[in-house]
Write a protein that binds this ligand. Sequence first.
Ligand code: NZQ
Ligand code: ZN
Length: 386
Amino acid sequence: MNPFTYAYPVKTYFGKGAAAQSLPGELAKVGPNVLLAYGGGSIKRNGVYTQLTQLLEAAGKTIVDFSGIMSNPTYEKVQEGARLAREKKIDFILAVGGGSVIDCCKIVSAQALLDEDIWDYEYSKKQVPSQFIPMGAVVTAFGTGAEMNNGAVITHEAKKSKSPLTGSYYRFAILDPAYTLTMPLEQVISGAFDSLSHCMETYLGNPRTVNLSDEINEACQRNIIRNIRQTLKDPQDIEARSELVWAAAMAENGILKIGKQGDFQCHMLEHQLGAYTNCNHGRGLAVLHPVLYRHYLPSAAAQFARLATNVWQIPAEGKNQEALAEAFLEKLAAFIKEIGLPTNFRELGIPANTDLKAVADTTILTGGCCKAFSREELLQVLEECK
Ligand code: NZQ
Ligand code: ZN
């Protein structure tokens, strides 16, 4: 185990009716002007907007809408939110949506109180912000676990970069699985696969000996796989949905990362692919994972073999470590196909003329836990995904 300090700042309210139960108390602690941030309008169609505005009004708040936060939120949108927050003297931000809204607000909350450009501040000056407008999150699309951490993934279109920025933690997160039942099934599966990816990326980190975090991680992976299958049988199964929503949070609330440094090379590659193509995050990961992981052999054979037996329940009899690692890779690829996720760039809808070399050349190299990639090999991975 690596040495660690563990404390957790996000108070989590989970379950049916969590917003009505928790918001009055939480809103009583904050000032009168609330920025209500959301995406393209799903919350207006499914009634969540009405419920939340009623709760905000009952608490005597002045509501300022910040709408239209797009999937893969942009730096420009962050600036729009920060301007609005300053102009309207916002005391509190309520972010309502999936990873995109939740991430965008983490940086709005910092940029609104920072006199300089946050991208330069973090990337050129290598500083991290320390002052934030307080925030709460209401999750309507699960998968990223973004409500649980203070990292945000922002697309800077002018710089052709989709990159992590450090923002604020949420004071609280409301996870009502019923709020997610109106998500399109495609997004449900893509989100759940993202959670599985977070587990795998963490599992493949350093140190590479198994610790308690890894054993909890294996349980999370088994749970996600089982509940994806159950959700495909019955998309409205609230028990399966509840498990998936909590598993997504578990993958990002730090517990699986205790005593470990994550790998996350697949994420960095997918983010940069997103910068060039605006592809859906979970679907992009589905294409990249099996191809990238094949390049992790032989270095990751021991971890892959453990995933084969402990997560995918592949019988170990008669198989050496290499055969088990191979069986894991095949099983992962077959599962991605089984659950209807894309298996190549064509199915993902990426234009054939996408500049894959530029993607490989601008991807953050994580230093590699299982493997340190060269840009040439990353390009090879991308070519193999076509
Ligand atoms: O915009 P609206 O109309 O709300 O529609 C959204 C959006 O189109 C829709 N949706 C959300 N809740 C719904 C709903 N539709 C019907 N009913 C509901 N209840 O779902 C669509 C996708 O939403 P989005 O937030 O974009 O998806 P997701 O949660 O997958 O977030 C993706 C973003 O999170 C980043 C990704 O890179 C991407 O930018 N990530 C953030 C992470 C973090 N901060 O920890 C970790 C992840 O690895 C990831 O990188
Ligand atoms: Zn992810």
